[in-house]
Write a protein that binds this ligand. Structure first.
Ligand code: NAI
Length: 334
């Protein structure tokens, strides 16, 4: 078939190659005409290119405008700066979008979760500006700007409008961090005035965490600075069945990188064992971004059928299928 899209594929580290391989088989079976431009980033790239984020990776994404990415290892404490942060800032992928929607066949404590976290992706404590003060103290600087705050809140409202959502909640800790989170909240309130048809509220991050686990149905689209978004989106992943089923997207101006919320799960590297759904669902988000709504619907239908049949489920969903077997089962439905 004619290749309609060239898409950058970054297999990544740990379980990344397993889950992206399975996702690729499924997305190819949807038959929208994808040519994959496979590039290496992460620990595997260090050996071959001397750097975990070779310039050709960024060049490929800039050229193709869309990428599907597996997780990348970031050494804790020392060594390279987070590759994900570097990738997001280099391409100015300012919005991290993480939907959490219950999949009926996956039994969790909640059955009707349907939330979207919109996380600011370029600043806050993740700007990486920190230093030691002498030997026994350290400082990290939290950067919040009006421009980035307005941009992310506007993105959240536009998404809410596009997807027919009812409410946007700004999440913050402005009662304590009056300057930084105070500025975020002020920007959020101003942007909200431009969207009178969508309800707006704000919640303090700790109270919002409790609300998420007590009454997730009270929440709809949530927008917040980087650190809170990182933490709350994992809570939301827990509401719908865990990291194995939580997809995400990093969106910039005309550039987008789709990736599962989970990391490299190094204990399971190369074992063909963990769940490919988070990556496949990230692919569904990618299809929607490309306007391939029919393909997105068909993949969702195939996923639902495989989950309902319950024959090819990975261990986190109570089954014993391999990553590749689950991917193949979904692809065969297509
Ligand atoms: P992790 O998400 O890799 O794994 C934590 C646990 O979650 C795993 O042990 C496993 O039990 C479960 N899990 C993860 N993915 C799963 C899947 N697809 N199916 C079923 N269960 C799954 O988090 P961890 O251990 O904190 O991080 C490991 C490495 O990943 C670190 O180097 C970290 O920096 C990196 N990381 C990279 C991310 C990215 O590239 N976007 C995101 C998060 C972490």
């Amino acid at each position: 078939m004619l290749k309609k899209y060239t898409i950058t594929l970054i297999p990544g580290d740990g379980i990344g190659p397993d889950v992206t391989r399975a996702a690729r088989i499924v997305l190819d079976a949807a038959n929208v005409g994808i040519e994959w431009d496979v590039v290496e980033a992460g620990a595997c790239a260090i050996e071959r290119h001397g750097t975990p984020l070779p310039e050709q990776v960024l060049d490929s994404i800039r050229r193709n405008k869309v990428a599907l990415k597996g997780p990348l290892t970031t050494p804790v404490g020392t060594g390279y700066r987070s590759l994900n942060v570097a990738l997001r800032t280099s391409l100015d992928l300012f919005a991290n979008v993480r939907p959490s929607k219950s999949l009926p066949a996956i039994k969790t404590r909640y059955q009707d979760v349907d939330l979207i976290i919109v996380r600011e992706n370029t600043e806050d404590l993740y700007a990486g500006i920190e230093h030691m003060v002498g030997k026994d103290a350290a400082e990290s600087i939290k950067i919040i700007t009006r421009a980035a705050s307005e941009r992310i809140v506007r993105y959240a409202f536009e998404l809410a409008r596009r997807e027919g959502r009812k409410k946007v909640t700004a999440v913050h800790k402005a009662n304590i961090m009056k300057c930084s989170d105070g500025l975020f909240l002020e920007a959020a309130r101003q942007v909200a005035e431009g969207y009178p048809e969508i309800e707006f509220e704000d919640r303090i991050v700790d109270a919002c965490s409790m609300a998420l686990v007590q009454n997730p149905e009270d929440l709809d689209v949530l927008v917040m600075p980087n650190l809170y978004g990182d933490i709350l989106s994992d809570i939301c992943a827990g509401l719908i069945g865990g990291l194995g089923v939580a997809p995400g997207a990093n969106i910039g101006d005309g550039v987008a990188v789709f990736e599962p919320v989970h990391g490299t799960a190094p204990k399971f590297a190369g074992m063909d064992k963990l769940n490919p759904l988070a990556t496949i669902l990230s692919g569904v988000m990618m299809f929607k971004y490309l306007g391939e709504m029919d393909a997105a619907d068909r993949v969702m239908k195939a996923i639902t059928e495989v989950l309902d049949e319950g024959k090819y489920l990975t261990c986190d969903l109570g089954g014993s299928a391999k990553t590749s077997e689950m991917g193949k089962a979904i692809a065969e439905k297509l």
